[in-house]
Write a protein that binds this ligand. Structure first.
Ligand SMILES: C[S@@+](CC[C@H](N)C(=O)[O-])C[C@H]1O[C@@H](n2cnc3c(N)ncnc32)[C@H](O)[C@@H]1O
Length: 342
């Protein structure tokens, strides 16, 4: 679908290698996804429960870890849709090196350039026990009953066939093996409020005397709310939906689902555009035709708007937030389950 196509085009645009763009991409992603990913690993029983970052309020519904560990033991984990390695990075930070050395963490993503970035990061940071593979989570081709744990951190809302991921994961987990999944809840505002406000301001007057910046209204109109799933599977943005998928549809047991509030900071319009520029392109690429986007850029250029649409969004956000830093608010779904035992 177009939504997914536009997002995949953004992921595909990352070059292989740990260059400056990759380092920024890792930092931007981790500001949003690292705390929930850490909570996920704790709920799976792999690491201790983390303290919330200073920007986030305490979790109102902490769930007991699925497995309470008194000491760490070697384990095998498949991190599906690993991106540049957030889950593996948390495990490296949280677990003793001797445990990691006897463990196996297989980081797999369908995007070979992201896997390449992860490899370089692992080598520079001296990660232990980490392997990489370019794999499609829907059909990874890994042996049955071969992993103790499997994670999918923020990807079930993107992958076209999440059922195929669950079927494959249930097969590759050992009996009693644990699956861990995070997604963004449907009520998450994140960057979407700012972006919708910026884009709708293009064709609306800021005051009775100031005409809209564009002479036309881009068509089709943007939706009132940008969905948190891009694969047309809205159940993955709901706690009950995720529970239902894991429990009723795919037969995982001990399913625990919690909603985790989280905040991350934007320092300025420029910072927001650096972090979420890909989302500006994703949203306009999804809802507007190529000719509409070209026309918007051409008119902004005519009006002397430096930096085109991204420059306009940057200045709009500085104005919207009074030149001050602001916080983006997220609600994450954190879910774990266990493959039935023998
Ligand atoms: C939002 S990112 C999350 C990355 C990582 N899990 C993290 O926490 O930073 C989504 C990831 O899903 C990956 N992805 C999309 N479709 C996939 C598929 N069919 N199989 C494996 N990975 C996929 C993308 O390449 C991207 O790395």
């Amino acid at each position: 679908m177009a939504h997914n196509k536009a997002l995949n085009a953004e992921f595909a645009a990352f070059a292989a290698g740990l260059d400056t763009a990759a380092v920024k991409m890792i930092a931007s992603g981790e500001a949003i996804m690292k705390y929930p990913g850490t909570v996920l690993l704790a709920q799976m029983g792999l690491i201790p429960e983390p303290a919330p970052p200073s920007s986030s309020s305490p979790d109102p519904s902490p769930a007991a870890a699925l497995v309470q560990k008194t000491q760490f033991e070697p384990f095998s984990l498949l991190d599906n849709a690993c991106g540049p390695g957030l889950i593996a990075g948390v495990l490296q930070e949280e677990l003793p090196k001797d445990v990691l050395a006897k463990s196996r963490v297989l980081c797999a993503d369908v995007n070979g350039n992201l896997v390449d970035i992860l490899k370089q990061r692992a080598s520079i940071e001296g990660w232990v026990g980490v392997e990489t593979a370019v794999l499609d989570a829907q059909n990874p081709g890994l042996p049955e009953n071969s992993f103790d744990y499997s994670t999918v951190n923020f990807a079930m809302h993107i992958i076209p066939d999440p059922d195929a991921v669950l079927t494959a994961t249930k097969s590759l987990l050992k009996p009693n093996g644990v699956i861990g999944i995070t997604t963004m809840h449907s009520t998450t505002k994140g960057w979407t409020d700012d972006l919708l406000a910026a884009l709708s301001s293009l064709s609306s007057s800021s005051s009775s005397s100031a005409p809209p910046i564009l002479s036309f209204t881009p068509e089709p109109p943007l939706p009132a709310k940008i969905p948190m799933t891009v694969n047309n599977r809205p159940e993955w943005a709901e706690a009950d939906g995720v529970r239902d998928q894991l429990e009723a549809k795919h037969g995982f047991e001990d399913v625990r689902v919690r909603l985790l509030p989280h905040k991350s900071a934007c320092l300025s319009g420029a910072d927001a555009v650096e972090r979420f520029g890909m989302m500006v392109r994703m949203v306009t690429g999804t809802y507007w035709s190529d000719s509409t986007r070209s026309r918007v850029e051409a008119e902004l250029k005519e009006k002397g708007e430096e930096g085109g649409l991204l420059g306009y969004v940057e200045r709009f956000l500085d104005q919207r937030h009074g030149g001050q830093a602001w916080e983006l608010e997220w609600t994450m779904v954190v879910a774990t389950g266990r493959k039935p035992g023998p």
